[in-house]
Ligand binder design. Sequence first.
Ligand SMILES: Cc1cc2nc3c(=O)[nH]c(=O)nc-3n(C[C@H](O)[C@H](O)[C@H](O)COP(=O)(O)OP(=O)(O)OC[C@H]3O[C@@H](n4cnc5c(N)ncnc54)[C@H](O)[C@@H]3O)c2cc1C
Length: 265
Amino acid sequence: MYAFEYVRPSTLSEAERALAAQPGAKLLAGGQSLIPALKLRLNRVPLLIDLSAITGLNRIERRGNLLAIGAMTTHAEVAASSVVKAAIPGLVHLAGNIGDPQVRNAGTIGGSLANNDPAADYPAAALALAAMLKTNRQEIAADNHFSGLFAGFAEDEILTEILFPIPRRFAYSKFPNPASRFALVGCAVAQAATGVRVVATGAGANGVFRVPELETALSASFSPDGLKRIVIDSSNLTSDIHGDAEYRAHLIGVMTKRAVDACLA
Ligand SMILES: Cc1cc2nc3c(=O)[nH]c(=O)nc-3n(C[C@H](O)[C@H](O)[C@H](O)COP(=O)(O)OP(=O)(O)OC[C@H]3O[C@@H](n4cnc5c(N)ncnc54)[C@H](O)[C@@H]3O)c2cc1C
């Protein structure tokens, strides 16, 4: 690890000022991705701005037809939240299956969405649910955020809150890598008034993506039976030591079917 400065502001505006004053500074949330990257010297920063002392960034509340989750809300807090459970129970299941207890107690929803690892769970949910990502500067539709490998926010932008429209049904199913629990393939299925969305994670080199053929089938009939004959094209999927593209294509079908089963259970 290279040497760096560290500050822990107590307000969002202090954090914004610190970020603006030091080019290359980075925000620190749960540190579950950033600290290992710094330890491995994959990243070098002059200043870390720890967001953990800013009050209000881990608020969870229902606002009409929206579920609002603060960016600094840990995975464990989402997994334990009765508000989330009542609004979008599938998110409780998703958060409760991220990594291990240490990762869930430190890692945050904001850090996960900002980091946008191609095998992470929350990006799939955010895209399937057509979430809005609220920063100190703007609101970004998830549709416009997840547009490439580790695509993040601008250097001076702080994610503050995620707004999830509450769907009719939502579920997420993943086939986890047994070592890390990251998704070898995970699929999020959401049925809302605006239609059905199916999003895969872990399968594409550029991160999460929608699966139109499964969306079309589920829009015609929201049932696992309609998925049986669909063959997912593997030509653009990831092949690595954990599984080849054909295997991942197969898993997209299986995980989507399981998510639909969970939606209907
Ligand atoms: C062993 C292990 C297993 C894991 N398993 C899983 C898994 O099964 N599924 C899964 O999805 N993830 C998994 N993770 C990742 C975990 O979910 C982390 O929570 C996530 O990668 C990053 O969140 P964090 O709060 O730790 O962010 P940090 O590591 O602190 O930050 C990550 C990046 O996001 C930026 N950032 C953080 N907060 C903000 C913000 N509010 N605004 C703008 N930028 C911000 C930081 O500057 C940094 O670039 C695992 C991690 C580990 C170490």
